[in-house]
Design a protein around this ligand. Structure first.
Ligand SMILES: Nc1ncnc2c1ncn2[C@@H]1O[C@H](COP(=O)(O)OP(=O)(O)OP(=O)(O)O)[C@@H](O)[C@H]1O
Ligand SMILES: [Mg+2]
Length: 383
């Protein structure tokens, strides 16, 4: 038998609604009543449904002499029907011959000549009454134990269908609730990014104000460097904030915006042309964060040192995908980095930051002296 004892573990759900019985289930249940009526050779097998204040015929066997039709209904309370008793007592009712039974000899089904009855309650998974499954006969019928077992088994089948409907509904409900929660989470995340961006903008403004007020060139430069670094973080947050997923950014969009922004923050007398040869692919937010910091350091160095007294200079940024790796190069055609410069041994804050970030990305960074300076960063894309 279907176990309804674990009904307490099921959250409440409004199952008590006729719409829930789909066409497929109705078809299946119609077949059940036909089979039962045929096997036990009675004119009537019904599945009755309680639709307060009525009780109605949900499925009725297509057997000869069956006076009940799907959709027939009666007021439930005090109807005196066999099924009213089954539903109210939530237990089996067997009346072999109503005419010989004081209590049942005036019940409404006698008018239809249905003088014997065997019915079982059908319950929703939450224990509330759904209705009944029953057989009626126009002659005395004691209904054997085997018949009782058969109908009771089919009753279990109906209850397990109801349980499946319930589980599907609960699942659908949960999916809908999760979709709402996800939307809320996305909204909150956007809000967080928005605030971080605002805070960083305030920080940039403060650093620039201090740079403007600072007396020594050294202090001014240090404050401008710091402001540039914060600006590049801010740029990344802006990209993430605008992106749909917060998890990935496009190299083309990200590197182009980043380069334009860094260069426009560092005005120098040299006319600098920016060339871009950037293949578009997605990188994770985590990688783009490290990449942004590295780009900021390399481009800031170029603007500060590469072009010396030159009137014009060129910076070329390229990005390519090579198998599972990304290769990003930043090349200038300036005076060239000093021969004794060693990326790995440099103790400056900028180089330490670059080395740390390329290590974080699981990548390698090398520098070449080739008609200026060329930084080559290679890192695995999937992380
Ligand atoms: N693209 C370049 N072209 C020519 N010289 C460069 C270039 N990049 C760096 N340099 C030289 O290498 C030195 C080291 O750069 P690094 O970024 O380590 O230090 P920094 O910019 O002086 O200080 P920090 O970055 O820590 O604020 C610079 O002082 C500069 O002389
Ligand atoms: Mg530097």
């Amino acid at each position: 038998m279907t176990d309804v004892s674990d009904k307490k573990t099921i959250p409440p759900h409004d199952l008590h609604n006729q719409e829930l019985i789909t066409e497929n289930i109705r078809k299946d249940w119609n077949e059940i009543v036909d089979i039962i009526a045929e096997i036990i050779n009675v004119p009537v097998c019904l599945i009755m449904k309680l639709d307060d204040p009525y009780i109605s015929v949900l499925a009725s066997s297509h057997s000869k002499g069956n006076p009940y039709h799907p959709g027939d209904k009666e007021h439930f309370e005090n109807s005196g029907l066999y099924c009213e008793r089954v539903i109210k007592t939530q237990s089996k009712l067997l009346v072999p011959n109503a005419l010989k039974n004081e209590e049942w000899k005036h019940n409404p089904d006698i008018k239809l000549n249905m003088i014997s009855y065997l019915g079982f309650p059908v319950l929703y998974p939450d224990g509330k009454p759904f209705g009944t499954i029953c057989v009626l006969d126009n002659k005395e019928n004691p209904y054997s134990k085997t018949i009782e077992n058969l109908i009771s088994k089919f009753r279990d089948h109906l209850q397990s269908d109801l349980r499946n409907i319930f589980l599907n509904l609960t699942l659908k409900d949960n999916l809908e609730k999760n979709a709402v929660l996800l939307k809320e989470k996305e909204f909150l995340l956007k809000e967080v990014h928005h605030r971080i961006k605002n805070n960083m903008n305030s920080l940039i403004a403060i650093l620039e104000l201090h740079a403007y007020e600072a007396a020594s060139a050294e202090t001014i430069n240090a404050l401008k460097d710091a402001s540039g670094r914060v600006q590049s973080f801010c740029n990344l947050y802006d990209k993430l904030y605008r992106s749909e997923s917060f998890t990935e950014v496009s190299t083309k969009e990200y590197l182009e915006t980043l380069a334009n922004q860094i260069l426009s923050n560092l005005k120098i007398s040299c006319q600098v042309e920016l060339k871009k040869d950037i293949e578009d692919f997605q990188i994770s937010a985590k990688i783009s964060f490290s990449l942004g910091i590295i780009m900021n350091e390399i481009l800031t160095n170029i603007m500060k040192y590469a072009f010396g007294n030159m009137d014009s200079g060129t910076i070329t940024i390229s990005a390519a995908k090579e198998k599972d790796n990304a290769v990003i190069t930043v090349q200038d055609n300036g005076i060239g980095i000093p021969e004794d410069f060693d990326l790995k041994k440099s103790n400056s804050f900028g180089m330490r930051l670059i080395n740390m970030m390329s290590g974080d990305m699981g990548g390698t960074l090398r520098v070449e002296r080739d008609n200026g300076t060329k930084f080559i960063l290679e890192f695995p894309i999937l992380q």
